[in-house]
Design a protein around this ligand. Structure first.
Ligand code: DSN
Length: 411
């Protein structure tokens, strides 16, 4: 008998790791088994470059149907008039939009990376910052978006594109103001809702489709689908939508990943259900609850709280770096990520903060008393960062909670 590829052994070990750890990474989620089934299906065999009924390959009869269903479900879910489900990731979705509406050297205005923005929004170390000029707005002293600065920079630099959206901002963003500023200075407005797409789908965060010319997203964060990207818009700007379609293919991508598009379709259907709304509501409830405990225990929360699935802890008053916190917590099976805080004086690989997200613990339906325990464990470890006895004690507690709340219930 042929020996099984060791990759399968590693997948099993990764499953065990996921089951035995409390995951508080704000950009991750667990996809349900139907999504995983579609993503692991024979659809991976099929080339389908092009779009519905206009493909560069034969044999796309069922592929066309699948992509159409995915698009229609996404339209219904987000109240969109235009959807492209082909971007392989959120980064590809953003790049496709830039490629459709900007010329090299044009100016983008976006949120500063260490104030909560994203690499693909014009950072120097990303292709977006190499092709386009970028100006950055920031948070104000209260650690909320400085809309005056957005206006000031828009007036000064007349950016061709303004980007709203973030990967570590915990508050409700006022899309209306962004729209007002974009209209005033004749900029395109792109809203990247990757982190909050699930909350938007559940109507718990203002829908950016009403305000932006174009919206991009991933499908695997709060939305809890397969890894991938989407582009959406509202209105009848067919010229713009055609430009975006050609920018995705043949502009920056080749064949769409049809197994992922099928999984996206399943995810959109799930997100239309009432139980998804309850799930998203609980994500926010749990996030607010944890943030409150941290504040009570004298931890400093950036923006002084949260309206969403995530929040940042500024560890400067505890004299710990983000990387140290990340490492020590992971020894107790608690997985978080180090994260820059506004105007961090430490490098992104060290950082002065950590980011906490509650999508995964909510998916596991972990009860409040255990969420309290997880938060207490984090506080105890961070307050006794070099005490291995405390780490060991909490690891036991965390493993028990994980066992009580399995993710997949495989046997
Ligand atoms: N890397 C993701 C995050 O962690 O927020 C965004 O792409």
């Amino acid at each position: 008998m042929e020996k099984q590829d060791k990759i399968f052994k590693l997948i099993k070990l990764e499953l065990k790791r996921q089951e035995n750890n409390i995951n508080l990474i704000a950009s991750e989620s667990y996809a349900n088994l139907n999504i995983i089934k579609a993503q692991g299906s024979i659809l991976t065999n099929k080339y389908a470059e092009g779009y519905y009924k206009k493909r560069y390959y034969a044999g796309c009869k069922y592929i066309d149907k699948i992509e159409k269903i995915a698009i229609n479900r996404a339209k219904k879910l987000f109240k969109a008039d235009y959807v492209n489900v082909q971007p392989h990731s959120g980064s590809q979705a953003n790049l496709a939009v830039f490629n459709a509406i900007l010329k090299p050297g044009d100016t983008i205005l976006s949120m500063k990376l260490n104030h909560g923005g994203h690499l693909t929004h014009g950072s120097k170390i990303n292709i977006s910052g190499k092709i386009y000029k970028t100006k950055f707005y920031n948070l104000n002293k209260k650690e909320k978006i400085d809309y005056n600065k957005v206006e000031y920079l828009s007036k000064k630099y007349k950016p061709k594109l303004i980007i709203a959206g973030f990967s570590s901002y915990s508050r409700i963003c006022n899309w209306k103001i962004f729209k007002y500023i974009a209209n005033l200075y004749k900029s395109h407005l792109l809203i990247d809702m990757a982190h909050i797409a699930g909350l938007v789908a559940a109507k718990l965060y203002p829908n950016p489709l009403k305000y932006a010319h174009i919206v991009t997203s991933t499908t695997h964060k709060t939305l809890s689908g397969p890894r991938g990207g989407i582009i959406l818009a509202k209105g009848d700007n067919i010229k713009l939508y055609n430009k975006i379609n050609s920018s995705v293919f043949p502009g920056i991508q080749g064949g769409p990943l049809m197994h992922v598009i099928a999984a996206k379709a399943i995810c959109f259907k799930e997100a239309l259900k009432n139980k998804f709304k309850i799930y998203q509501k609980n994500i926010i409830k749990n996030s607010k609850y944890m943030a409150k405990i941290f504040i009570k225990k004298k931890f400093k929360i950036v923006s002084n709280g949260t309206d969403t699935h995530l929040f940042l802890i500024n560890l400067n008053n505890k004299n710990i770096t983000g990387i140290k916190a990340e490492k020590k917590l992971s020894l107790a099976n608690i997985i978080i990520n180090k994260n820059c805080i506004p105007d961090d004086n430490k490098k992104p690989f060290i950082t002065s903060g950590i980011r906490i997200g509650t999508t995964c613990i909510t998916y596991r339906k972990i009860k409040r008393k255990y969420i309290k325990q997880i938060t207490y464990s984090i506080c105890e470890i961070l307050n006794n960062i070099n005490n291995y006895k405390i780490i060991k004690k909490n690891k036991k507690i965390i493993k028990k909670i994980c066992k009580k709340y399995p993710i997949y219930n495989f046997n």
